[in-house]
Design a protein around this ligand. Structure first.
Ligand SMILES: [Zn+2]
Length: 432
């Protein structure tokens, strides 16, 4: 994850201005200029990342608003669906009630039918003449007879009326039942539409949630980039300050040298005067004085010699790994393994990085050349920024902090200053 920053910065080309040491002797002022230029680039990068983060946060807020609206719509749909289902239930109850009524009426109709059939049969069994004779015999008078005949027809007619009434009732109930069934079908259709709407909304929500997850991932990546860039900026700032001190020391040394030169010139003038005096004094001069003019040779301090910074096996070499540069070597061993300074130097930074873990940066000056060594993934470090260390001096304990899998020391050697592009990184093996 962290490497994205490096890659994106590489892509912008912001840090591809690493000076080539061979063309000319780089002064501390040159180094300072280079570091300041890198710092400007890093600050710009940091501003960009922060802008990006703001944008993502705005996008997230907008998306959240959409999601909230969608959730409200989903709740409404659910409410509507519940209402429709309630209506369906009520309609079903009405249908059931109507079915019961139809059933009851049918039983009534059948009972009446049986009764009517019996009466009709009685009438048919008796010859009509007999029936009339009986009516005549049993009637007291003509009025009675007419009344009796009327009663018979009335019974038959009234049975027919009831029958027709029952049939009408039945038709009416069936019509009603049909209407209610149509209503139920309409409700079912409404329900289906509502369910479809619900499914669409659920799909929309899922899609938006995926988008939201993506955005959160993007946000955390940007935050990591900000963190990483801030670390880089702090490291560059530390290097800038160290180099600034060197530039000031150079200025003081130059001033001192000028003063010494002036003094020497004065002394030379004095000496010349004295010599002239002496020449004057002693024309009898003997052999010329033999001055010890040997230049003090610079002691061969650690001719490019770094020592292996920890005991253990080399488990990963310098060079391309998984499509990118592995800018150092890995040394692994188990147990409590001390990590030591590979050469004399000054600690330019010791801190907890999210990618390097507990890490120590040491700047070395060997035979006029600056080197920077990096000791990463330490379980702990025992030196502080600005501290002078000797070769072999313990600076920490091997560990598994930061972007690391398993206890090991990630060791980098840079010829010159460390930079974000790690363009000065070299394979440390030939130097050990
Ligand atoms: Zn490594």
């Amino acid at each position: 994850m962290k490497k994205h920053t490096v890659l994106s910065m590489l892509a912008t080309g912001a840090f591809l201005l690493a000076p080539t040491a061979s063309i000319y002797a780089e002064t501390n002022q040159d180094k300072l200029n280079s570091i300041e230029s890198q710092l400007n680039g890093t600050s710009q990068q940091l501003d960009n990342h922060k802008q990006e983060k703001l944008q993502i946060e705005q996008d997230i807020a907008l998306l959240q608003q959409k999601l909230d609206e969608l959730n409200t719509a989903i709740a409404n749909t659910e409410q509507e669906l519940a209402t429709i289902e309630q209506q369906i239930k009520e309609t079903e109850a009405v249908i059931e009630e109507k079915n019961r009524r139809i059933g009851y009426l049918q039983v009534q109709i059948e009972k009446r039918q049986v009764l009517i059939d019996q009466r009709l049969r009685t009438l048919q069994e008796q010859p009509r003449s007999t029936l009339v004779t009986e009516l005549i015999i049993n009637s007291k008078n003509i009025t009675d007879l007419l009344e009796k005949m009327y009663s018979v027809s009335l019974i038959l007619n009234s049975d027919n009326d009831i029958l027709q009434e029952q049939a009408r009732d039945k038709d009416a109930v069936e019509t009603e039942q049909k209407a209610v069934k149509e209503q139920e079908a309409a409700l079912q259709q409404q329900k289906e539409m509502q369910v479809q709407k619900q499914q669409q909304q659920a799909a929309d929500k899922q899609q938006q949630e995926v988008l939201m997850n993506d955005m959160h991932a993007k946000l955390s990546q940007t935050m990591e980039e900000i963190e990483s860039t801030e670390e880089t900026k702090a490291l560059l700032e530390a290097q800038r300050q160290a180099t600034q001190q060197l530039v000031e020391a150079d200025k003081r040394a130059a001033a001192q040298a000028a003063a010494q030169a002036a003094q020497a010139a004065a002394q030379a003038a004095q000496a010349a005067a004295a010599q002239a005096q002496a020449a004057e004094d002693a024309k009898k001069a003997a052999a010329p004085s033999a001055g010890a003019s040997s230049q003090p040779s610079v002691a061969a301090v650690n001719q490019g010699g770094f020592i292996k910074p920890a005991a253990g096996a080399f488990t990963s070499g310098f060079g391309g790994r998984w499509g990118k540069l592995h800018a150092g070597v890995d040394i692994a061993a188990s147990g409590t393994v001390p990590v030591v300074a590979a050469a004399d130097g000054v600690v330019i930074r010791a801190y907890a990085s999210s990618s390097y873990g507990n890490v120590v940066f040491i700047s070395h000056r060997i035979n006029g050349q600056t080197y920077t060594t990096v000791y990463a993934h330490l379980s702990s470090y025992s030196v502080g920024t600005g501290q002078t260390v000797k070769q072999g001096q313990q600076i920490g304990i091997m560990g598994n902090t930061g972007d690391s899998q398993g206890q090991h020391l990630h060791f980098e050697l840079h010829v010159g200053e460390w930079n974000l592009a790690k363009s000065n990184a070299v394979n440390p093996m030939p130097y050990l």
